[in-house]
Ligand binder design. Structure first.
Ligand SMILES: *[C@@H]1O[C@H](CO)[C@@H](O)[C@H](O)[C@H]1NC(C)=O
Ligand SMILES: *[C@@H]1O[C@H](CO)[C@@H](O)[C@H](O)[C@H]1NC(C)=O
Length: 386
């Protein structure tokens, strides 16, 4: 019957039109991220050396701006700048990470708090080294926020690869979630190493400075990790073809239980900071315990060949350890700043990391370097690391 035929034709017509639209939009959706999965278009690429190595120097807990009203406060920053210049000149890293607590925010003033970022950036700008930052609990305070520090850094430091997470990702005061691709050769179509940076938030809300900010990586970051890794996999091939290193200021809470089992041969380095409430994510209030678990499991489920996860926050610890629930290696930074709490003989320095090759199964060679050049706690992190 003509009427039925007509309606059948209309249904088929609609069906094909819809399918066609689907196919077109699928191509459009695919092409946009696939052909151009480069968060830094037009910027120089971060890449391995021609000898196949890649060296990262991690400054942590710089704590600039402590007690500006005393003599010793500004003196600490002079000493921290000296340390940065000495280390950068000696180590000549391929990339620098500032792993949180750049500023002692509770001592800063609304009108000039971001001037401290300008001070911190000076030695990095002089060295001309590519770098990026995470932020810590002391970077979220009455007169400073992670967002303000990032915006200031991007304004004054041309070699910064720090980024802001898309809107809605990161939770309250936690915008610093991003990744940086590292290529074997500048001209390669796909990177061989991804540096991941996460915002563990903490500290206090801007304004009053008395309302606590959650001190863990927000669960909104989990969906973002999934979508980012899916985009990488479709653009560049399976996740197994790349390796990764992750940086987050406050350690995941699972690290806390491992301290009692440390061994000075397998886990060398200063172990002077007994982990307790607030030393790791979501442990300040017992009601929050475990709230960093979604982040921790999603990171490890989606990011393959994760060489290590590196944190600061606990100034008296330098060790690395294998975390058994996710079978991933965790390392502490070295307290770099003269500001922030310290103990007798702890010293100040950096963690150096050398990725030995772009091969995703390659080892990380890592050690602590003190300001005077002394090195210690060297470990080779590979599949055999305890
Ligand atoms: C924040 O800055 C204002 C303006 O300089 C100052 O009066 C106030 O004491 C600062 N707040 C804190 C908590 O330091
Ligand atoms: C910021 O302002 C305070 C109060 O006026 C002052 O003591 C401090 O030295 C200033 N800090 C910087 C980094 O300019």
């Amino acid at each position: 019957m003509p009427a039925q035929l007509l309606s059948t034709a209309v249904v088929f017509g609609l069906y094909f039109a819809t399918r066609f639209a689907d196919v077109v939009s699928a191509i459009a959706l695919d092409r946009t991220p696939r052909a151009n999965l480069d968060p830094y278009p037009g910027r120089p690429r971060v890449s391995f050396n021609s000898d196949g190595t890649f060296k990262i120097t991690v400054f942590s807990d710089l704590h600039f701006g402590e007690n500006p009203w005393d003599d010793w406060g500004p003196e600490q920053d002079v000493n921290s700048l000296q340390l940065m210049r000495t280390v950068l000149a000696d180590e000549m890293p391929d990339y620098v990470v500032l792993n949180g607590d750049l500023i002692t925010g509770e001592n800063t003033f609304r009108e000039n708090s971001t001037k401290l970022i300008d001070e911190i950036m000076a030695p990095i700008n002089e060295a001309g080294v590519k770098f990026s930052s995470t932020h810590g609990n002391h970077d979220n305070q009455a007169n400073i926020t992670h967002l303000e520090e990032i915006q200031r850094e991007l304004l004054v430091a041309p070699n910064s690869y720090t980024r802001l997470a898309p809107p809605g990702v990161g939770g309250e005061e936690g915008p610093g979630n991003y990744w940086v691709p590292v290529y074997t050769k500048d001209t390669d179509p796909a990177p061989s190493l991804i540096l991941w940076f996460f915002d563990s938030r903490g500290g206090f809300a801007e304004g009053s400075g008395t309302t606590p900010v959650p001190d863990w990586v927000d669960s909104s970051v989990t969906d973002w990790i999934k979508s980012e890794t899916e985009a990488m996999n479709s653009a560049w091939g399976p996740a197994e073809e790349r390796s990764a290193i992750a940086f987050v200021h406050i350690p995941p809470h699972v690290i806390q239980a491992l301290q009692s089992g440390l061994d000075s041969v397998r886990n060398p380095g200063l172990n002077a900071d007994v982990l307790g409430s607030g030393s790791t994510q979501a442990t300040t209030n017992s009601a929050d315990n475990g709230k960093d678990d979604p982040f921790w499991s999603t990171l490890n489920a989606n990011v393959k060949n994760l060489h290590a996860v590196i944190s600061g926050h606990d100034h008296g610890n330098e060790w690395c350890v294998r975390e058994p629930t996710q079978n991933v290696i965790f390392c502490f930074d070295k307290h770099s700043g003269y500001g922030g709490y310290s103990g007798v003989g702890w010293g100040h320095g950096v963690r150096n990391v050398i990725v030995q090759s772009p091969d995703p199964s390659s080892a990380l060679d890592t050690w602590i370097r003190l300001e005077d050049g002394e090195t210690r706690a060297r470990v080779l992190l590979d599949q055999n690391y305890h």
